[in-house]
Design a protein around this ligand. Structure first.
Ligand code: FMN
Length: 193
């Protein structure tokens, strides 16, 4: 069920590369969203996590990142795989988002994870690691078909994801939107009580 309430999503690529397929995938998804739904693509470029530098004096970049996630209805992570795992830059961003303990902006946040790779394996091992980290927080993972995009170099051209994979990924994005809307509605009811 799609509602008339605007839904603000944020996207997080697991790559800093200028021509990143992960960011291109997020940009393609943004172009296919239903009406009244937006997607802001965040940068994972944050200082290395240091507990001594966390808390009220955390850097402006970190506070802005946490606020962007907090003010969103849901998050889409698109990650490559580095050495059979998630890239350090993504793990670092998730570590910042995971704190303060028990008050993380990701607790109960609906999150869809997508992995991309030039290999046919599609980054499936990085995908599993990201899920594991999100479960520890715990965020609310979108289940169902695992969206892994193998042979991505052949599926993105001029920065746009191939239509058949876009349609496949959009089925999960639409589930994320529904989950985000019901989570936001429940939070609004809770705030009224
Ligand atoms: C350090 C490093 C390790 C990599 N390890 C893997 C890997 O284990 N599995 C894989 O499928 N691709 C691996 N790749 C290839 C990346 O998936 C590929 O460079 C991808 O396009 C990076 O994502 P991006 O386009 O979003 O920057 C690796 C690339 C780098 C730079």
């Amino acid at each position: 069920m799609m509602s008339a309430v605007p839904t603000r999503l944020v996207g997080l690529p697991g790559s800093l590369r200028k021509e990143s397929f992960s960011r291109a995938t997020l940009a393609s998804l943004r172009g296919s969203l239903p009406s009244r739904t937006s997607l802001e693509i965040l940068s994972p470029e944050l200082p290395l996590y240091n507990e001594d530098e966390d808390g009220n004096h955390a850097s402006l970049k970190v506070r802005q990142f946490r606020n962007a996630v907090a003010n969103s209805a849901g998050l889409i992570i698109v990650t490559p795989e580095y050495n059979h795992g998630m890239p350090g830059v993504l793990k670092n961003a998730l570590d910042w988002a995971s704190r303060p303990y028990g008050k993380s902006v990701l607790i109960d946040k609906p999150v869809l994870v997508i992995s991309v790779s030039p290999a046919f394996t599609g980054g499936v091992r990085a995908h599993a690691q990201v899920n594991e980290t999100l479960l520890s927080i715990p965020a609310r993972l979108v289940g169902g078909a695992q969206v892994v995009i193998g042979n991505v170099t052949k599926k993105v051209s001029d920065g746009v994801l191939d239509q058949s994979f876009l349609s496949f990924a959009m089925q999960s994005v639409n589930r994320l939107i529904e989950l985000s809307r019901s989570a936001s509605a429940l939070a609004a009811i809770g705030a009224l009580q």
